[in-house]
Design a protein around this ligand. Structure first.
Ligand SMILES: NC(=O)c1ccc[n+]([C@@H]2O[C@H](COP(=O)([O-])OP(=O)(O)OC[C@H]3O[C@@H](n4cnc5c(N)ncnc54)[C@H](OP(=O)(O)O)[C@@H]3O)[C@@H](O)[C@H]2O)c1
Length: 280
C-alpha cells in the first residue's frame, strides 16, 4: 500500500547504514523506493517484504554505464523519481602522504564523481517533471575537516561545492538540493567500510594518529542514531522550505558552529588587507 503523499525515492548504497535504514523507514510509511546496492542480494529480504513498493537494483556508483541503465529501469518501473539520495560513500583515513594513489582515486570516484554522475543521469527527468529533491550525503568533515581525512573530507567538500551551485541552478526548475552533514553515526562506516592507509608514518602519529585512535575508540559507541537520521532526512524532504545544509548530531552541530566563528574571526582580522587589493 502507498500513502496519499507517496513519493518515489532512489537511494544509492542501500545495503547497510543510512541507506538501508532510510529505505526501510520509507517503505514502512508507504513510500516507493528504488534501493540500489553493489550486492543486490543484500536487498532481497526488504524487496520480499514490500513487493509492490520496493525495487532492488545493482548499482556501483563508479560505473557510469550502469548508472544510466539503472535510472532507466527505475523510471520504467515507477514512472518518476521524486527524491534522489546520493548516499553511497566511504571514508579513507591516513595522512595525505600515507594513502596510495589508487586509494585517493577510488575515494573521489565514489564520494564525488559517483554522486555527480547519478545527479546528471537523473536531472533530465526531474527537469521534465519540474520537481524533485536531490539529497547529497556529505559529512561534517565536508565542512570542517579532520586531520587524516584530507581525501575523504576533500571529496565531500567538493561535493558540497557542486551542491551549492547546483542548488541555485535548478531552483528555478522546481528542483531542490540539500546537503546532509552527519557527525559520527552507528553504521558500518568505521567498521568494515573505512579504507585505511597501509602504513602509518611516525611523523604523523601526533596528529593523524590521534584521529585514528578517536575513530577506533568510538566504533560501536558513536552517538548518532541512524534511525533518527533517516527520520530527519524525511522531515527535510517534507518541509516547505528545505535547507541547503542540515547537520545531524550534536557533535556535527558544535563543530559547524566553531568553524563559522573561526571563519568570521579570520575574515575580520584580515579585513584591511583583503579590502586593499582592488584598483583605486
Ligand atoms: N556513519 C557516519 O558516521 C557518517 C558520517 C558522515 C557521513 N557519512 C556518510 O554517510 C554515507 C553512508 O555511509 P554509512 O555511514 O551508512 O556507512 P555504511 O554502513 O558503511 O554504508 C555505506 C554504503 O555505501 C555503499 N558503497 C560504497 N561504495 C560504493 C560504490 N562504489 N557503489 C555503490 N555503493 C557503494 C556501501 O556498499 P557495500 O555494502 O557494497 O560496501 C554501503 O551500502 C556515506 O556517504 C558516508 O560518507 C557517514
Amino acid at each position: 500500500m502507498t500513502n496519499n503523499n507517496s513519493k518515489v525515492w532512489f537511494i544509492t548504497g542501500s545495503s547497510t547504514g543510512f541507506g538501508r535504514i532510510l529505505a526501510e523507514t520509507l517503505l514502512k510509511q508507504g513510500d516507493r523506493v528504488i534501493a540500489t546496492a553493489r550486492k543486490p542480494e543484500q536487498l532481497e529480504d526488504l524487496i520480499a517484504q514490500y513487493p509492490e513498493t520496493a525495487i532492488g537494483l545493482r548499482l556501483d556508483v563508479t560505473d557510469k554505464a550502469e548508472i544510466r541503465t539503472v535510472i532507466e529501469k527505475a523510471i520504467a518501473a515507477f514512472g518518476q523519481i521524486d527524491v534522489l539520495v546520493n548516499n553511497a560513500g566511504y571514508g579513507l583515513i591516513g595522512a595525505l602522504e600515507e594513502v596510495s594513489d589508487e586509494q585517493i582515486q577510488r575515494n573521489f570516484d565514489t564520494n564525488l564523481f559517483g554522486a555527480i554522475n547519478v545527479i546528471r543521469a537523473v536531472l533530465p527527468m526531474m527537469r521534465e517533471q519540474q520537481s524533485g529533491h536531490i539529497i547529497n550525503m556529505s559529512a561534517i568533515a565536508g565542512f570542517t575537516n579532520e586531520l587524516g581525512f584530507s581525501i575523504y573530507g576533500g571529496a565531500k567538500f567538493a561535493l558540497e561545492g557542486v551542491s551549492e551551485a547546483l542548488h541555485g541552478e535548478v531552483a528555478p526548475l522546481g528542483i531542490k538540493v540539500t546537503i546532509v552533514e552527519p557527525g559520527p553515526f552507528r553504521t558500518d562506516f568505521i567498521g568494515r567500510s573505512l579504507d585505511r592507509a597501509q602504513e602509518q608514518m611516525e611523523a604523523y602519529q601526533g596528529t593523524v594518529g590521534k584521529f585514528v585512535n578517536f575513530l577506533n575508540n568510538i566504533e560501536g559507541k558513536q552517538p548518532g542514531d541512524p534511525q533518527k537520521a533517516a527520520e530527519a532526512i524525511i522531515q527535510v524532504v517534507n518541509s516547505d522550505n528545505p535547507p541547503l545544509r542540515i547537520v545531524l548530531g550534536k557533535y556535527a552541530y558544535t563543530k559547524f558552529g566553531k568553524k563559522i566563528e573561526s571563519l568570521t574571526a579570520e575574515l575580520d582580522a584580515w579585513e584591511a588587507v583583503a579590502a586593499n587589493t582592488d584598483f583605486e
